[in-house]
Design a protein. Structure first.
Length: 276
């Protein structure tokens, strides 16, 4: 089975700061995580997708250069300012061989309806016109706006990162589960099984803690619209890379693994070449 990790990050603090790594809880992440570290961590993985971490235009070309150089990286989800009038030009100016998608940290936007703004929608249309995927990084209160947006832009493929960060530590399912089912009703939406361990109790999580959330996604989307992502190195706050892989394997049935650990990502992101 060809295995794809559809969500990880790389950064070099000597090149660019990561201002989101703030406070004592995130202190273990305040170091550089380079490609060599990824190779050491991602044992058993054949191809990966590296995802942006900061909202600056300089990061995406750097990630694309890493993809061009390293066999393990099959795609890049980058960033452009969706609200800018020249968003389409910014997309056109990026090297396209390894660019597969665009993401913005919607989770950090104070307006819960940010995705419904006219300028944002125009930027999302530019992403669709460019033939790219859009990664949705949202929190549960932002899901109603996400549902409206995927309905309005049915020619754009959306990928939900981290199950939209449900409150796993508290064990609450609603209203998150209802919103996710409504989102899954739209065929242009895919979901990553990623980021679960860091939404759980970092010190005491179990696979059973994660299961209701994974089951909700699997039942709503089906394995052909679910993909695995490690969220490395952020996951290391709560688990090792291999612990995340093992937990995800325990949450899906053997006959679902080929789709979730490879085929969904290859198809959704149109991964070619190294993952083709």
């Amino acid at each position: 089975m060809f295995r794809v990790d559809a969500h990880h990050h790389l950064w070099d603090l000597a090149v660019r700061d990561q201002p989101w790594i703030d406070g004592a809880a995130l202190a273990p992440l305040r170091r550089s995580f380079r490609v060599d570290d990824l190779y050491a961590a991602a044992q058993g993985i054949d191809a990966t997708v590296v995802v942006q971490t900061v909202t600056v235009p300089e990061e995406t070309p750097d990630l694309l250069a890493l993809a061009a150089e390293h066999e393990l990286i099959a795609g890049v989800v980058g960033w452009v300012d969706l609200t800018a009038p020249d968003a389409a030009d910014a997309l056109a100016g990026l090297e396209r061989e390894w660019l597969v998608g665009i993401r913005h940290q919607v989770q950090g936007e104070p307006d819960p309806r940010w995705l419904c703004r006219d300028d944002v929608r125009a930027g999302l249309r530019a992403v669709a016109d460019a033939g790219l995927v859009y990664d949705l990084l949202t929190l549960p209160p932002q899901l109603p706006a996400a549902i409206e947006t995927v309905r309005a832009l049915d020619d754009l493929v959306f990928v939900v990162d981290h199950l939209s960060k449900p409150p796993i530590a508290s064990g609450e399912l609603e209203p998150w589960a209802t919103h996710m089912r409504r989102l899954a009703a739209h065929e242009n939406v895919v979901c990553k099984l990623s980021g679960m361990v860091t939404e759980a109790d970092w010190e005491a999580w179990t696979v059973d803690d994660l299961r209701p959330y994974a089951d909700t996604v699997l039942e709503a989307f089906g394995p052909d619209r679910v993909m695995f992502g490690s969220d490395w190195p952020v996951c290391t706050l709560a688990a090792s890379y291999q612990q995340v892989v093992a937990a995800t394997e325990a949450l899906v049935s053997p006959d679902e693994r080929e789709q979730i650990f490879g085929e969904t990502a290859r198809r959704t992101y149109t991964l070619t070449g190294r993952a083709g």
